[in-house]
Ligand binder design. Structure first.
Ligand SMILES: [Fe+2]
Length: 162
């Protein structure tokens, strides 16, 4: 997918991803490396097909690949990662004007990234899809560190998908 390659190859994405990858190496809790980002993208895309949401694959994958990219800044600068990730995504979108995403799709992606950590009543469809897929990607039911994890119990995933 051209959109995804362009995002992954952007120097800011590559730099932030590499830092994040290194920072999370050996972490006992959920990691936010490519496996997680792609799990979220695939779960979201399957749900999109199952529920007939009609969101373009490029939009789902771009949102998933970008949603945690600011996590390193949360670790080092204390910036909530949804805000850091949205800011990085915004810079990348500005730098890549030929990216085949419409202005509306870009703003929905930014909104989804910003809203992906908390369930709200007024969520946009993409925002809700990203939140739910992020949660479903967690394997709390099979995690040795689950007891030490300070995530809200309601956010943990104890039900493997059928
Ligand atoms: Fe995530």
């Amino acid at each position: 997918m051209e959109v995804i390659e362009a995002i992954r190859n952007h120097p800011l994405y590559a730099e932030q991803y590499e830092k994040l990858k290194q920072a999370e190496e050996g972490r006992k809790f959920c990691r936010h490396q490519m496996e997680h980002l792609l799990d979220v993208a695939r779960i979201a895309y399957i749900t999109n097909l199952e529920q007939g949401l009609q969101i373009r694959k490029e939009v789902i994958y771009a949102a998933a690949l970008l949603h945690d990219i600011g996590k390193y800044r949360q670790y080092t600068e204390g910036i909530p990662h949804e805000k850091a990730s949205a800011r990085i995504a915004e810079v990348i979108f500005q730098d890549l004007p030929d990216l085949s995403l419409s202005a509306d799709e870009k703003s929905r992606i930014l909104r989804a990234i910003l809203g992906h950590r908390r369930m709200r009543d007024d969520m946009d469809v993409l925002e809700k899809l990203l939140y739910a897929s992020d949660k479903q990607s967690r394997k709390c039911f099979d995690c040795k560190a689950e007891k030490d994890c300070n995530w809200d119990h309601r956010k943990k995933n104890f039900m493997p998908e059928i």
